[in-house]
Design a protein around this ligand. Structure first.
Ligand code: PRX
Length: 638
């Protein structure tokens, strides 16, 4: 099947897959647990969350589970004192986990590093002390522009340990994109690496930090800490730039963990929205840990012998929740891989699984489709028998990719859990457990206490089989608290379009069994290889080029990446619509946004379809492009 037909196949998919009896017997949460939890949560969701919170350690217990007095600015576990690092690290040092592997890291060239919980604890303490010596205090922002390295985890945890707020910028973003985030977040310190290896090449990072700091509004940055990785040439600016290794060398390996209010900010993560300005999504210490702990233990059924590999980069929410914090809170071993999954050849993923005995593989449909192209020759060469659970996230997984993975990687034995969630939700919201009955392409049902539904624009539930908007009716602990410096946008984007409920921005439908099938974004946000990119962001990057008068960007289906961007451009007087211009604009976009923004095609037009009030009608362009009915065009200019 082609990806273009994915939606159609989704509508007709009726295969079901059941768990092996052994899975059910041994599961952390079996179907009975799940049913009971659902029933309990339906009657008393707060009791459900309170019980989940009790699985963690708190310095002081909460007075109240949920404070709704300033809704939609919900507060969870108010009055409690905690620090996520205590649960992710400190407490393990006093248990049998102390000498267990926390991190298995492999570099692209095959070099490898392993760290036990105790080693990680000491490294985090040293860096926490170093951060304090740089003047970093509770509430300060620390920006990370890091490749996948153990130091990335160390830096995140050390920041949280001293009570500061980390804000990570994915290393595939440009200097310009980083500058925008610096000017919004105003970090005191930036942590980066000289470079890293990707696809056989050393990629420079530090030089991009230098470039971004040349811009305005970057005065907040006092120090840049640089981790040695790729031995590429870097220029160290005296008084500002410090090598990580030198900075931590003399520091003590003990460091106090700051006691935080449950609602104190843990991190800020920027994500694309419908305007040109990314949203600073705010998460906090208390509720976030409850959400990821529960989901890791139930959805991935974590056992003491597991080796957990989530292939996401720590720079995205999936990495925050399921590469770093979740696995460490659960006391499992998290695998981190630096390089490209097809380097040096298309069996790298299978090689890693076999080498380290990975038991749970959590990945993205894009990667599955990419690997599928090579058939089964590569997986067949490796012993994948350690695997027991597979997971998918980031975009709809087409049933063909699901079944391929299930059969060829999971031996038709490992459940493949399709997990729906977002940067805003913090942890998995709609997902099967490994003991659930699975339908390829459906993320099945909401987890207990998550009241998700599919509704029309007025908020009324739509009948089974009909598409509608995905909403969540009740707050949950790991939810976004606000948008950094923009509480109004938080209210407007999520809570006011359909008053009183959380609007996810996705289209979905429910089937007769109550299973949810996600269809894609309902707003002007594209999902390229599982990464969000706003049409408006791409358009503002394009119009920043001197030749471009106007631009409109839409997502079009792609066999591997799920979606890629196509841009329609009108040029200013005196510029030619040529192949060279296409090349120039593509380079320009890369400079503005970074390699994450993949624009497949640029088409030049004399004019773009607009409403009479001058708004570009992307939906008309999209319908034309896909050969669909353009719908209501009564507001079109001419
Ligand atoms: O459209 C949905 C899609 O990814 C969006 C969230 O993107 P982001 O905040 O970057 O977080 C991605 C990883 C959590 C959602 O609005 N999405 C995420 N998971 C799925 C999905 N679409 C379909 N199926 C999924 N399992």
């Amino acid at each position: 099947m082609s990806q273009d037909g994915a939606l159609e196949t989704l509508l007709h998919e009726d295969r079901v897959f059941r768990p092996l009896p052994q899975m059910v017997i041994e599961a952390n949460a079996n179907p009975q647990t799940l049913d009971n939890a659902r029933r309990q949560a339906a009657e008393d969701p707060l009791a459900y969350w309170e019980e989940a919170a009790k699985e963690l350690e708190w310095f002081k217990k909460w007075d109240k589970v949920l404070d709704e007095s300033d809704a939609p600015f919900y507060k969870w576990f108010t009055g409690a004192k905690c620090n996520i690092v205590h649960n992710a690290l400190d407490r393990h040092i006093k248990t049998g986990n102390k000498n267990k592997l926390a991190i298995i890291w492999e570099g692209e060239a095959g070099d490898s590093r392993k760290m036990t919980y105790f080693e990680l604890y000491r490294a985090v303490n040293k860096f926490a002390n170093a951060l304090r010596s740089l003047g970093v205090q509770k509430g300060d922002r620390v920006m990370l522009y890091m490749p996948p390295l153990p130091e990335t985890v160390i830096a995140m945890l050390a920041t949280a340990k001293v009570g500061a707020i980390h804000t990570m910028v994915f290393a595939g973003f440009s200097a310009k994109a980083m500058r925008d985030r610096i000017s919004d977040a105003q970090p005191k310190v930036i942590i980066t690496a000289d470079g890293f290896y990707r696809n056989g090449r050393a990629v420079h990072l530090k030089s991009l930090v230098d470039e971004s700091l040349m811009g305005p509004d970057c005065d907040s940055v006092e120090t840049v800490v640089v981790v040695h990785r790729a031995n590429v040439q870097v220029e160290m600016q005296e008084a500002r730039d410090l090598w990580y290794e030198e900075l931590v060398r003399a520091e003590s390996s003990e460091s106090p963990t700051e006691s935080m209010d449950s609602e104190d900010m843990l991190f800020l993560l920027y994500s694309s929205g419908t305007t040109g300005k990314p949203k600073g999504i705010v998460h906090t210490h208390g509720g976030y840990q409850v959400g990821i702990n529960r989901t890791l233990n139930w959805v991935f059924d974590i056992k003491p012998t597991d080796i957990f590999w989530c292939t996401a980069d720590a720079g995205w929410i999936t990495g925050h929740s399921y590469v770093v914090y979740g696995p460490l809170i659960a006391g499992t071993t998290t695998v981190i891989f630096e390089g490209h999954p097809l380097y040096p050849q298309a069996d790298r993923v299978w090689d890693l699984i076999a080498k380290y005995g990975v038991t749970v593989l959590y990945t993205a449909p894009t990667l599955v489709r990419m690997l599928m192209r090579f058939g089964t020759q590569y997986p067949k060469k490796h012993d994948l028998s350690s695997l027991r659970i597979l997971g998918s996230v980031g975009e709809p997984i087409n049933p063909e990719a699901w079944v391929w993975m299930y059969k060829n990687i999971g031996r038709s034995e490992c459940p493949l859990v399709d997990t729906w969630w977002q940067t805003e939700t913090g942890s998995i919201m709609i997902s099967p457990l490994p003991v659930s009955v699975l339908k390829p392409g459906s993320c099945t049902k909401p987890l207990p206490a998550i009241e998700a539904d599919v509704v029309d624009e007025k908020g009324n539930p739509v009948p089974p089989g009909k598409g509608g908007l995905l909403i969540i009716r009740k707050p949950w602990p790991s939810m976004v608290r606000t948008l950094f410096k923009d509480p109004e946008r938080y209210k407007k984007t999520y809570w006011e379009k359909i008053p009183g409920v959380y609007l996810a921005g996705d289209m979905a439908r429910k089937d007769e069994d109550g299973y949810i099938w996600i269809q894609g974004r309902s707003d002007d946000v594209m999902n390229i290889a599982g990464h969000r990119l706003g049409s408006a962001e791409l358009e503002s990057a394009l119009v920043a080029h001197k030749a471009v008068a106007e631009a409109a960007a839409i997502g079009i289906p792609d066999k591997i990446k799920g979606e890629v961007a196509k841009a329609f451009v009108t040029l200013r007087e005196g510029f030619d619509a040529s192949d060279d211009m296409v090349k120039e604009l593509k380079i320009h976009i890369r400079n503005e946004l970074g390699p994450v923004a993949i624009v497949k095609t640029i088409e030049f037009r004399d004019k773009l379809p607009k409403t009479r009030s001058g708004k570009i009608m992307r939906r008309v362009l999209k319908a034309e492009e896909l050969g669909q009915d353009v719908g209501d065009i009564s507001t079109l200019e001419d």
